[in-house]
Design a protein around this ligand. Structure first.
Ligand SMILES: [Zn+2]
Length: 176
């Protein structure tokens, strides 16, 4: 492909050196423009690549945020499903118990008749029960004051059945 610079051929200027050159000298081969065109094309391609990189980085950022949101939502759904299962389990479990006065002013939950389901007789901490937690009271005896008490090892509640608790005796701390 040839590019002809026809305007220079018409130049009548007496001092213009190019006007004295034969017309064919102004015919440029496309190959001689190639480096210039290549430079121009390379700059355009580079600009386009930079633009596309920017778009790709932005898209990746959006994708990462969307994935993070999705993971958070899945985690939240699982957490809520677990809570629903726990609430359903507790609603079923609590039906097996009834509030009982172990001694005047001392309350605990005991198994209803016919609801043992193979478990031995036991009593639940009334405090933990109110928080939807099944915590079985353990029986203990303290030599000092001949104290007979029921203890919740979870919240630290002590139900004195018999005897007198000495304040000097260390009280147990809740596990939480
Ligand atoms: Zn308790």
């Amino acid at each position: 492909m040839l590019y002809e610079v026809s305007t220079l051929e018409e130049c009548s200027c007496s001092i213009c050196p190019r006007s004295r050159l034969p017309p064919r000298a102004f015919k440029l081969r496309a190959a001689s423009l190639r480096p210039i065109l290549d430079l121009r094309d390379a700059a355009a391609v580079h600009a386009k690549v930079m633009e596309l990189n920017s778009v790709i980085i932005e898209a990746q950022s959006h994708t990462l945020h969307a994935q993070a949101d999705s993971f958070a939502q899945v985690s939240r759904i699982r957490e809520l499903e677990d809570r629903i299962v726990q609430m359903e389990d507790w609603e079923r479990e609590k039906q097996r118990y009834q509030l009982h006065e172990v001694k005047p002013g001392v309350l605990a939950y005991i198994l209803k008749e016919g609801m043992a389901e193979g478990e031995p007789a036991h009593q639940l901490c009334a405090n933990c029960y109110q928080h939807r937690i099944k915590s079985i009271l353990q029986e203990e005896h303290l030599a000092v004051g001949r104290v007979h008490l029921l203890v919740c090892n979870r919240c630290g509640s002590e139900l004195i059945i018999q005897g007198l608790r000495q304040e000097a005796q260390p009280r147990r701390k809740p596990r939480r």
